[in-house]
Design a binder for this molecule. Structure first.
Ligand code: PEP
Length: 252
């Protein structure tokens, strides 16, 4: 399965900075996209600009979030239809910052996943436990619970268009990544859920990314953890050379 590496720029970058960063990523990456799929998720304001910069490269564009409706009276929101119009092939859904800072529930996340799939955009569904939940031994229950609710109603045909990102909340932006053993354990649990729910063939084809303080130093080790099919990269994706180093772990 072709690995996927996604750069989540979060709420960073004026237009000129986003444009420069995208151009630097295009220049620094040594891949034609066959060995690894690379995706950039700039803020909404920079989507059109970044799209113009990456359009002729193998890099694809992602939104960081969206609403579940196509259009309507939802001030301040952006729809999957609008994202597709801007060239997005992917969108991050249920990022821990959306869940914890903006109080998105699994029910809201499920609506978004379904709506995004209808627009032929691939959702990158984020799941992960808090430190408190891990310390209480609830990691597997939390992660499978999030998956069950967010993928409720997703048919066997649609699951092939979904990406899963395991992002332990305590590892995001903290400089403290999960260990390869911890990642393997959770990814195997996620795989078991996917296979049980969607069948062997389909369940085994879904990519499971790891996210949480991935950087050029730890990425080579993390690629060797069991069932890691790529990365969701936050902080390290804001420096082109660092992001490229992470991607290049998959280019041989
Ligand atoms: C993220 O934003 O999804 C993320 C994993 O951030 P960081 O790499 O900075 O931990």
């Amino acid at each position: 399965m072709r690995p996927l590496v996604v750069g989540n720029w979060k709420m960073n970058g004026k237009l000129s900075e986003s444009s420069e960063l995208a151009a630097a990523v295009v220049k620094t990456l040594k891949t034609d996209g066959r060995q690894v799929q690379v995706v950039l998720a700039p803020p909404y304001t920079a989507l059109a600009t970044v799209y113009r910069t990456i359009r002729k490269s193998p890099i694809e564009l992602a939104g960081q979030n969206c609403h579940w409706e196509e259009r309507g009276a939802f001030t301040g929101e952006v729809s999957p239809l609008m994202l597709r119009d801007l060239g997005c092939k992917y969108v991050i859904i249920g990022h821990s910052e959306r869940r914890h800072v903006f109080h998105e529930t699994n029910q809201v996340i499920a609506r978004k996943v379904a709506s995004v799939l209808q627009q032929k955009i691939r959702p990158i569904l984020c799941v992960g436990e808090t430190l408190n939940e891990r310390n209480k031994g609830r990691t597997a229950a939390v992660v499978t619970g999030q998956l069950r609710l967010a993928l409720k109603g997703i048919g066997k045909n649609d699951i092939r268009n979904v990406e899963i990102a395991y992002e332990p909340v305590w590892a995001i932006g903290t400089g403290r990544n999960a260990s390869p053993e911890q990642i393997t354990q959770v990814h195997r649990r996620i795989r078991r859920f996917l296979v049980t729910t969607f069948g062997d063939t389909r369940g085994n084809r879904v990519r499971i990314l790891y996210g949480g303080s991935v950087n050029p130093g730890n990425a080579p080790d993390l690629t060797r953890a069991g069932d890691v099919n790529g990365f969701l990269v936050g902080g390290a994706s804001l420096v082109a050379a660092n992001f490229a180093s992470v991607v290049h772990c998959y280019v041989h």
